[in-house]
Ligand binder design. Sequence first.
Ligand code: COA
Length: 142
Amino acid sequence: MSQTPNGQPDDQPDGQTVMIEMIFPEQANHYGTLFGGNALSLMARAAFVAATRRARGAVVMARSEQVDFTTPVRVGELLELRSEIIRIGRSSMRVAVVGIAEEMDTGNRREALKGQFVMVAVDASGRPRALTEKTAKKEETV
Ligand SMILES: CC(C)(COP(=O)(O)OP(=O)(O)OC[C@H]1O[C@@H](n2cnc3c(N)ncnc32)[C@H](O)[C@@H]1OP(=O)(O)O)[C@@H](O)C(=O)NCCC(=O)NCCS
């Protein structure tokens, strides 16, 4: 989190949103590894949190794309989900999510999954809502 000039924490978190999940058996398939549908759910949550932090209001998922599962995540491992807004439009935000698996006993880490999601800020009627200057202050292009 960044700080204001007087050293106080800024009211907007910068950079990545990080969530850590312990993988339990009920999230696994019959091979003892994280079930893909549950992995997608975790990624969607991570994207949702990152987008909500930026929009400071309701957001919905409009698109998921480029989701890759590169290595299985075993029961008993940690999954660290890092989400980052990489592009901001009028009402939409593109969020990149990367999942890093970590062996609890060794600390060994490896990238296990990644994907991108388009999240749209919406009003009370569920219609797209323009992001404010403040929430759109870090507009980036890719
Ligand atoms: C997302 C939603 C609000 C967009 O409504 P819409 O009438 O298509 O709105 P618009 O065409 O004005 O698009 C609004 C913004 O979303 C973006 N967008 C909409 N659909 C998109 C898609 N499929 N992929 C990428 N971006 C999309 C537009 O590019 C636009 O971005 P901008 O404002 O930054 O320029 C609407 O499609 C919806 O409610 N979808 C269901 C969401 C939901 O329930 N998700 C949970 C999973 S089921």
